[in-house]
Design a protein around this ligand. Structure first.
Ligand code: 5GP
Length: 196
């Protein structure tokens, strides 16, 4: 753990848990950088290349895998998703904190490379609420919603790899909890080598 490096916050959780909303709120409320992932999935209405994701075709993504341009990458719901390594390393080296919003397969890979990162799992208050949120946001077709719901149980079984769990029953409370986690992590003795 280096004294002057920023905190890498890894957020995961089932689709519909509200990770995206929590990330957006955190960026508004505290100084933290968001790592924009690359994906081969099609953009949803309103999504912007370079802001929500870097939308790449399969060939370009696979070339980047071969050239080790990702800190981690995974196939999630039939598409590739990955974290560009240079951006994350650059942010942390400047002493800034950085959020990754990635699935548990990706989080496991990051944990091997960055054991000092902080791993937070966001849960919806119930399966019924998860389904309601996914249906209400209307960004996926019905079969995609079903795929996301059926993956939820498998994703939750990855909970043991995480440091914290936050149940997102109310967004503002969930955001306060994540902020409290960051504050506590910054106070850890291991992050204050200069006094040791
Ligand atoms: P969505 O298609 O809803 O934006 O994201 C689907 C899933 O992919 C979510 O669980 C999200 O956290 C995950 N995801 C997004 N970006 C990445 C990434 O860079 N790496 C990995 N492993 N998962 C990602």
């Amino acid at each position: 753990m280096k004294n002057n490096e920023g905190i890498l916050l890894v957020l995961s959780g089932p689709s519909g848990a509200g990770k995206g909303t929590i990330c957006k709120r955190l960026q508004k409320e505290i100084p933290i950088e968001y790592s924009v992932s690359a994906t081969t999935r099609a953009p949803r209405v309103g999504e912007v290349h370079g802001k929500d994701y870097f939308f790449l075709n399969k060939e370009t993504f696979e070339k980047k895998i071969r050239e080790n341009e990702f800190l981690e990458w995974a196939r999630v719901y039939d598409n590739y998703y990955g974290t560009p390594i240079d951006y994350v390393q650059g942010v942390l080296a400047q002493g800034k904190d950085c959020i990754l919003e990635i699935d548990p397969q990706g989080a496991k890979q990051v944990k091997k490379k960055k054991p000092d990162a902080v791993y937070v799992f966001i849960l919806p208050p119930s399966m019924q609420e998860q389904e309601r949120r996914l249906t209400q946001r209307g960004t996926e077709k019905m079969y995609e919603i079903e795929k996301r719901i059926s993956s939820a149980q498998e994703e939750i079984s990855a909970l043991e790899y995480y440091d914290y769990v936050v149940v997102n029953d109310e967004v503002s409370k969930a955001v306060e909890k994540v902020k409290a986690i960051i504050i506590a992590e910054k106070c850890k003795v291991q992050r204050h080598h200069c006094y040791l």
